[in-house]
Design a protein around this ligand. Structure first.
Ligand SMILES: *[C@@H]1O[C@H](CO)[C@@H](O)[C@H](O)[C@H]1NC(C)=O
Ligand SMILES: *[C@@H]1O[C@H](CO)[C@@H](O)[C@H](O)[C@H]1NC(C)=O
Ligand SMILES: *[C@@H]1O[C@H](CO)[C@@H](O)[C@H](O)[C@H]1NC(C)=O
Ligand SMILES: *[C@@H]1O[C@H](CO)[C@@H](O)[C@H](O)[C@H]1NC(C)=O
Ligand SMILES: *[C@@H]1O[C@H](CO)[C@@H](O)[C@H](O)[C@H]1NC(C)=O
Ligand SMILES: *[C@@H]1O[C@H](CO)[C@@H](O)[C@H](O)[C@H]1NC(C)=O
Ligand SMILES: *[C@@H]1O[C@H](CO)[C@@H](O)[C@H](O)[C@H]1NC(C)=O
Ligand SMILES: *[C@@H]1O[C@H](CO)[C@@H](O)[C@H](O)[C@H]1NC(C)=O
Ligand SMILES: *[C@@H]1O[C@H](CO)[C@@H](O)[C@H](O)[C@H]1NC(C)=O
Length: 535
């Protein structure tokens, strides 16, 4: 189902790639010569924050160039005609430039009454002045001005805070580079420039690779590239109409030091500190596969027991379902708890964390693996999750572990082909031996978070934790400067979530559970293989 959705989105975006120009339609209503009117309304393609401006006018062959200029005024009274009549023109200062575009319309439309349309992106709630001018070769004509009061749920600050997220995956015969932009890409350039990895000096003038990239959605671009081995700086340049306005500092995105290199033989890291590195990427999968065969037989019996115990665990938790239902409907301090399954001790640690958060905040904790959540999310889990994520009163607590990295890092921007690592073993995908519905929910939630780049710096929304010695980061752009490293930061995490000090007993219980889990990981570097296999 996911695949179908993604393909559908791609079909849509392909038709809008070239939309920075001008569109026109003939309209034989009775506009008198010299008359014109304009409209400014949400675009029909449904892209958030995209509005179509249309100027309808009597067509005159000697007007060859159309300029549309968009400014905004935070003082929304300016959009009130009575206010404008009351104040003289010079009292109302022009607002800041939002967007501008000039196009050649000579010979475009031959009908006598024509409407020209342009799409403007990044439109937030404000009062806009649209100034449209049709100029001739040798003279300019007076512009047509219209004010529009736009009320949508987007603020200027939201766009200003938007920061892109870039995901680079090295394969042996190339690499993929995903740009999750947060801003629609309508007209863009991607270039690669070879750099010296040590000094950062440029080694060439750069070359354009835009053709090797394709849009996964309006705001997501995937580049599949295979330049010679070496380190590069990748740059992305936006070309939307807004690039001349107040958001111009968002035009350029660069990603430094991506190194296309030969994949080395994986080394199973010694226990301890460097284990994190070992898990993070493909190496984890390779090592997992190598160890897998040997482990398979020995583990089979243990696994059966393990899964029985997991089932018991869920079953025993079921009793609280009805009690919490009333609280689920509305409460002001809900927390969406996201983590990947990491075996029994990992589950116990997460149960203790859930208990602590619930106890400290007094609010509902939505746990993707709980029967309550499975019942709540119903037949349209994506929609349910989106609704939950957008609620102001819901905070997100993500515990990042080796399992989240191994399973979901590459899947955040999955397309129908998936992100395929092309080494014989790396071409496979890590999967749970016994899939749980919650695994899919977690993936959907991570994807939605990755996509909502405009909220990535919302420090009151996202709380990201990792395990000490196993630090991983699959959403580095989300509240980039704050990571709670468990177990040491457990108290701070609970305190920040609840804005109150946590009680000693559940905090101590969490400490014990985390300690047991981390001890187990330390003694069993292959612990994930109980849960995960390579497909
Ligand atoms: C001309 O445009 C106006 C405003 O968009 C619309 O109401 C009218 O139906 C159009 N007429 C034709 C013939 O398209
Ligand atoms: C432009 O063309 C219109 C008719 O299409 C004509 O009435 C007008 O005089 C022309 N203006 C100039 C400056 O040539
Ligand atoms: C808008 O501008 C007018 C005139 O300068 C001023 O009187 C009014 O207080 C302003 N309103 C806001 C909301 O800033
Ligand atoms: C505008 O387009 C027409 C037809 O495509 C072309 O003949 C003309 O030279 C263009 N004018 C400018 C200023 O680019
Ligand atoms: C704004 O509202 C639209 C539709 O009502 C919704 O799809 C969108 O997610 C909302 N955006 C934000 C940032 O709340
Ligand atoms: C480039 O430098 C980074 C750190 O600065 C290092 O991790 C990476 O391995 C280097 N890559 C190559 C190909 O030398
Ligand atoms: C881009 O794609 C073309 C055609 O598929 C290929 O020949 C070229 O090597 C690619 N460029 C890079 C840098 O990967
Ligand atoms: C793309 O690059 C070319 C030259 O490298 C430049 O002229 C053009 O303006 C760029 N376009 C966009 C949309 O960035
Ligand atoms: C965006 O944020 C920066 C820094 O906070 C600020 O200087 C700038 O004026 C803001 N721009 C807009 C258009 O809000």
């Amino acid at each position: 189902m996911l695949c179908v959705a993604v393909i559908f989105v791609c079909l849509l975006c392909q038709s809008s790639v070239e939309s920075t120009g001008v569109a026109y339609r003939c309209n034989d209503s009775s506009i008198e010569p010299g008359e014109s009117y304009s409209t400014f309304a949400p675009s029909l393609d449904g892209v958030q924050g995209r509005y179509t401006a249309e100027l309808c006018t009597f067509n005159q062959a000697n007007r060859t160039e159309l300029t549309m200029d968009l400014t905004y005024n935070e003082n929304t009274s300016v959009c009130d005609p009575a206010f404008r009549r009351k104040f003289r023109r010079w009292v109302i200062k022009p607002g800041p430039q939002h967007s501008s575009n000039t196009v050649n319309v000579s010979g475009l439309a031959t009908c006598s009454h024509v409407c020209y349309a342009m799409d403007f992106d990044l439109i937030f709630s404000s009062c806009y002045l649209l100034k449209s001018t049709l100029n001739g070769k040798h003279r300019s004509y007076s512009p047509h001005d219209d004010y529009f009061l736009i009320k949508n749920n987007i603020t200027r600050q939201q766009y200003n805070k938007t920061s892109p997220y870039i995901n680079f995956v090295n394969h042996d015969d190339g690499f993929t580079l995903d740009w999750i932009l947060g801003i629609p890409a309508v007209d863009y350039n991607v270039t690669l420039r070879k750099i010296n990895n040590d000094t950062g000096a440029y080694l060439d003038d750069g070359f354009e690779v835009t053709r090797n990239c394709s849009l996964l959605s309006h705001t997501e671009l995937r580049c599949k590239l295979a330049p010679p081995y070496g380190c590069y700086q990748a740059s992305f340049e936006h070309g939307g109409l807004w690039t001349s306005g107040v958001f111009h500092n968002k035009n350029f995105i660069t990603y430094d030091h991506l190194c296309h290199q030969e994949l080395k033989e994986p080394v199973v890291a010694p226990r301890g500190a460097s284990m994190a590195q070992w898990w993070v990427c493909g190496a984890a999968l390779l090592a997992a596969a190598a160890l897998l065969a040997a482990l398979l037989l020995r583990r089979r019996r243990l696994l059966r027991d393990y899964h029985k115990r997991v089932l018991d665990f869920w079953f025993n938790n079921r009793s609280s379902e009805t009690d919490s239902e009333a609280a689920m409907t509305r409460d002001s301090r809900a927390v969406l708890l996201l983590y990947a399954r990491e075996g029994e001790l990992g589950q116990q640690a997460m149960a203790a964390l859930r208990e602590l958060v619930q106890h400290t905040t007094g609010g509902t904790v939505y746990d993707m693996f709980s029967p309550e959540v499975m019942a709540l999310c119903g037949p349209a889990p994506n929609t349910w999750l989106r609704g939950l994520l957008q609620r102001d009163d819901v905070r997100v607590l993500l515990v990042q572990s080796p399992a989240t990295a191994a399973l979901y890092q590459d899947q955040l921007c999955e397309d129908e082909g998936g992100l395929r690592l092309r080494e014989p073993l790396l071409g496979r995908r890590a999967m749970y031996r016994v899939p749980h519905y919650g695994d899919q929910l977690l993936k959907m939630a991570l994807r939605q978070i990755a996509e909502s780049a405009d909220s990535h710096q919302d420090y009151n929304k996202y709380y990201l934790a990792t395990y000490s010695g196993l630090e991983t980061d699959i959403l580095p752009s989300v509240v980039s400067y704050r990571r709670y490293v468990l177990p040491d930061a457990a108290r701070a995490l609970a305190h920040n979530l609840a804005r109150a000090a946590p009680a000693a007993a559940p905090l101590a219980a969490l400490g014990r559970a985390l300690h047991a889990h981390l001890q187990h990981v330390q003694n069993n570097p292959d612990y994930l293989m109980d849960e995960i296999f390579i497909n």
